[in-house]
Design a protein around this ligand. Structure first.
Ligand code: NCD
Length: 320
């Protein structure tokens, strides 16, 4: 977790996975794991963040991420407020910084930000006095998604070290892929990316991953198959000849999956486009698909992030 020091208090932010150590990640996952168990077995609301204000500021649409941040805050007893662009003064021409400064004046403890521009969360973190959590900025980073994916894998496979994880599809436009590559390689997993050449970033060879253009070869002997949506909202122009052809070569069906290990598990951050990057039967396979579990782990991971990031300010403000 990156930290910054202001005149008032040192703030902790979660803006990217980059720079997090094995022990930072392990500590977060261990705490999230205990929240996951608590949510399943006990499920009661806690008062840890009582008196804390969490503002979810979403400039892009979201189902899973926004809802799970809201639920995570509420389960910990925070006052959670949701702001979306539709209902905000952004529609009246206010800039990102002006909106942030307005919200800052209300003295929140945490600002959760999703924005279509890469770097927006880091910019806000420089301007406000509270902790900032990046809930996805452009094609840059989505750290809590990578953490929830890691928790989901760890709970099923016991560890991340040594696993072969294939991330398949639109890598170019995916903040999920970038954050996952950073986290998984840090934790000692072997990461492969499988995509058509048009959907790979130019700098992909610097990411420490194995590169494949053929699904069957890329999936050979892997433990985890992580599928990604074609993020057409970030594409300027046409990147695949047709959806039908894309599905033929890159859509995950049982035939392609047979190249992976027999106990390989399937993941997808959602939203899914069935029949484009994944076959419905594979997505819904209760023995192989972790997609619903990923959503469940999303709440636990976000509880852990909110808990850790506000620890210092809660102690200072006597909110604990
Ligand atoms: C992802 C995102 O927003 O980057 N979704 C998510 O957070 N669950 C992936 C996507 O939109 O395809």
């Amino acid at each position: 977790m990156a930290s910054k020091t202001t005149d008032t208090a040192p703030n902790q932010h979660l803006l990217t996975i980059e720079g997090l150590s094995v022990s930072n990640i392990t500590k977060l996952l261990d705490l999230a794991d205990s929240y996951a168990t608590h949510n399943r077995d006990i499920g009661t609301k806690q008062s840890l963040l009582s008196g804390c204000t969490q503002i979810n500021l979403f400039f892009e649409s979201s189902t899973r991420t926004r809802t799970s941040f809201e639920l995570a805050g509420k389960r910990l007893g925070a006052d959670t407020i949701n702001m979306s662009v539709e209902g905000s003064a952004i529609k009246k021409g206010e800039t990102l910084i002006d909106t942030a400064m307005t919200l800052n004046a209300m003295q929140p403890d945490v600002l959760v930000v999703r924005h279509p521009e890469s770097g927006a969360a880091a910019l806000l973190a420089q301007k406000v006095d509270c902790s900032v959590i990046n809930a996805g900025d452009g094609t840059h980073a989505h750290p809590t998604q990578a953490l929830l994916d890691a928790l989901t894998i760890r709970r099923r496979k016991g560890q991340l070290q040594g696993l072969v994880v294939a991330i398949c599809g639109d890598i170019l436009n995916s903040r999920v892929a970038r954050s996952n590559i950073q986290l998984l390689t840090t934790m000692g997993a072997q990461v492969r990316v499988i995509a058509p050449p048009t959907l790979l970033p130019a700098s992909v060879d610097r990411l420490g991953v194995e590169l494949h253009h053929d699904m069957r070869l890329g999936l050979n002997n892997c433990d985890i198959v992580m599928m990604l949506r074609l993020q057409t909202e970030r594409m300027h122009g046409t990147f695949v000849p047709s959806v039908r052809e894309y599905y033929h070569f890159y859509g995950l069906d049982y035939d392609k999956l047979s190249s992976a290990k027999s106990d390989a598990l399937i993941m997808h951050p959602g939203p899914m486009n069935r029949g484009v990057e994944i076959d419905t039967a594979v997505a819904d396979d209760i023995d192989r698909s972790l997609i619903r579990e990923q959503v469940e782990m999303g709440v636990a991971v976000r509880m852990a992030c909110l808990d850790l990031l506000t620890r210092e300010s809660r102690t200072q403000d006597g909110k604990q």
